[in-house]
Design a protein around this ligand. Sequence first.
Ligand code: UGA
Length: 429
Amino acid sequence: MKLTIIGTGYVGLVTGTCFAEVGHHVICVDKDAAKVKLLKAGGMPIYEPGLEELVKKNVRAGRLRFTTSTKDGVEKSDIIFIAVPTPPQDDGSVDLSFIETVAREIAGSMTRYKIIVDKSTVPVKTGDKVAETIKRYCKSKVEFDVVSNPEFLREGFAVGDFIKPDRVVIGMHSKRPEQAMRDVYAPFEAPIICTDINSAELIKHAANSFLALKISYINAVSVICEASGANVIEVANGMGMDARIGRRFLDAGLGFGGSCFPKDLSAFIKISEQLGYEFSLLKEVQKINTGQMERFIKKISDTLWVLKDKKLGVLGLAFKQNTDDVRLSPAIELCQQLQKMGAQLRVHDPRAMEKARPFLPHATFVKDMDAVAEGCDALVVATEWPEFKKLDLERARKGLTHPIMFDGRNLFDPEEMERLGFIYKSIGR
Ligand code: UGA
């Protein structure tokens, strides 16, 4: 099938590449000429495991190409996916101006029936606005259908998530686009759920908010674990064995970050408010998330007392493992707060150092994770990179002026750390 993806960020690039991988002919459009040039030259604007190989393979096979021209993309394809950013605004609502602009551009280039699919995360009822806009700006009055097809990719696992999704959600107001949409996803053998557009849009916000709620729930439980001498990992394991609850997304830590959960929670709270409901449960989820960071910083300052001129080694800058993304990263937030309190930082991340540099101009970036602790008063773990479990603990202990570790992601075993001579403080144990 001939598909166009407008927006070549995390979502658009993964979507376009995976569609090409299963045999569709895909045009990826982006306004950013430098990014298109880079992709055409075989470069990658983001790090996502497995993606680079797939992009190269499908470009070589002639199934994937990049352009800055929306007109070209709209004319040559039957189905147009919108995958542009929907950034947060100061009041928590979503800035939909990129979606609106793209809708107008699509309308201006349509000369025959098209299916316009929204993949970006948007508040409920956005699909209706997109349809109104296209109708208004399409001069030749051609027929079209708008579809909502939210994405559920996790950064760091996006290719796998796309190829083997738990479900594909397709929201439509008419039957006409259904078969074509089913055909697009047929090679993936994923369960498909067809709904109306509003329900599809809500599935995305409700799912992300529920996952954030699950994390805040276990983080709140971790506070009770610390106060009572219980172990949050054992509690999570025991809870998770109940199939109705499930173990995933029950890892206590520094809280959730990234470009999705914080933004989607705020947006869901805001749209609920506009629809006449105060979603106070989700406000509490945000509050618990902020509190988790505050408690961790207090744990550090209670132990080290004055932070001014203390040297801290920090492992992890990305908002989670397997990505170079530092947008709303709890690790960056932690570093910035520690610096405000006067601490000097030696930091390391397996992938995110370049993207983190502008946010931490005064930190020392250390290439070798085993060298981070050298000369520091304590070592802090801020991101759940599996690599950190292989840290040379003996070298770290010897390098530290005091063998203190604050583990914000519960990567190590407290008994083992004590045996190795560390004063080890983690979350909820
Ligand atoms: C999230 C969702 O998981 C995806 O399904 C969704 O498609 C995506 O948002 C999106 O809306 O685009 P992502 O933001 O890539 O994906 O990352 P997650 O793996 O969900 O992690 C989010 C944050 O929660 C990270 O900061 C992570 O460290 C934290 N987390 C996750 C925990 O603190 N504990 C957990 O148990 C799990």
